[in-house]
Design a protein around this ligand. Structure first.
Ligand SMILES: [Zn+2]
Length: 184
């Protein structure tokens, strides 16, 4: 069952639903009555119940402005280390392997942010944009409204956070948390 479509980020092999409830669309495949993700990307469900995964990752190069997806691996204030998903070109060849990039506290949102942990936590999945590339480091930004956390996990129990109006609540322990979310 799909828990929370708004934050659904799919990775290859992730179970998305059953063929009783949904239809397998672009970026997915069906096997033994179950629908799985074939690529990394954001999940959407049409009115026809077709599950589609749209990926921005099929880019040839990474340059400032490129949209990337990644997971927060570590936080060393004032910076978070983010592991990017591999990026493939149109032929399916991997052109950018899993790679660590940095998210500085000043690149989280407009206005002053006191600490990275106020807005993102370890394990969260981000949609971000490459801000600049210098000295072998790639810096990403989630400042724009369409960027930010797309899937969040409880800082207490690692349960998935579900949207409850404007805030987030852990589906497991009930803890309320907040994030800099990507607007839908
Ligand atoms: Zn929890």
């Amino acid at each position: 069952m799909l828990l929370e479509v708004r934050f659904m980020m799919a990775f290859p092999g992730m179970l998305l639903g059953t063929e009783e409830e949904y239809m397998a669309g672009e970026g997915t495949y069906a096997e033994n009555g179950k629908i799985y993700a074939n690529i990394t990307g954001e999940v959407s469900i049409g009115t026809d119940k077709k599950i589609v995964i749209s990926s921005n990752n099929r880019l040839k190069t990474v340059r400032p402005g490129t949209v990337v997806y990644g997971r927060i691996e570590e936080i060393f204030e004032p910076v978070a280390l983010v592991k990017l998903e591999p990026i493939y070109d149109e032929t399916g060849r991997q052109v950018f392997s899993s790679y660590f990039v940095t998210l500085h506290v000043s690149n989280i949102k407009m206005g002053y942010v006191n600490s990275v942990k106020e807005e993102v936590r370890i394990g969260d999945i981000l949609k971000a944009r490459v801000e600049d590339m210098k000295k072998d480091f790639i810096h990403i930004s989630i400042k724009d409204s369409d960027l930010g956390v797309i899937k969040a996990f409880c800082s207490e129990c690692r349960g998935e956070l579900l949207s409850m109006g404007s805030s987030l609540q852990c589906g497991n322990c009930g803890k309320m948390e907040r994030r800099k979310l990507a607007a839908v």
